[in-house]
Design a protein around this ligand. Structure first.
Ligand code: ZN
Length: 150
């Protein structure tokens, strides 16, 4: 297993203690995922621990129904891919509103009200950015158009 995969697994074992930090982590993982809008809330990863954590956090934080799917690709060196989806407009709208976003937003901006303590920022940036970017072949977040100016 690679260093990045080992690190992701370790990070997933240590869920933030405070509810505000778990919420911030969930926000980051979904915001920088493949989709964060009324038409799609989706996060894709090659790491099962990350996928399970995102699904669990989204269900706990937003109270939405989360689907977790896995697929196996022989073309991509026999890698598993895990996709976390929130299906249904009503469920996606509920999730967006929990984080202060509206269904019709054209440009996503990070909402500061999702960070209630200094550790929230660490949960959001340090954990999420590493989990989603480091060693990730599917380049989640690159095309999401999220504005990172706080
Ligand atoms: Zn916090």
């Amino acid at each position: 297993m690679s260093f990045a995969a080992d690190t992701k697994n370790e990070m997933c074992k240590s869920v933030p203690q405070r509810s505000c930090c778990r919420r911030a982590e969930c926000y980051g993982l979904l915001l920088f995922g493949r989709g964060f809008s009324r038409s799609s809330v989706c996060m894709v990863t090659e790491n099962a621990s990350v996928a399970h954590q995102v699904a669990q956090l989204a269900a706990q934080v937003a109270g939405v129904i989360v689907d977790l799917r896995s697929s196996f690709s022989r073309k991509k060196e026999n890698h598993n891919t895990f996709s976390v989806f929130v299906e249904g407009d009503d469920q996606r709208e509920r999730l967006l509103s929990v984080f202060g976003h509206e269904a019709g937003e054209m440009n996503l901006r990070i909402h500061k009200q999702n960070f209630l303590c200094p550790d929230c920022l660490a949960a959001f940036f340090a954990r999420c950015i590493f989990v989603l970017r480091h060693g990730n072949r599917s380049k989640q977040g690159v095309s999401s158009g999220v504005c990172c100016a706080l």
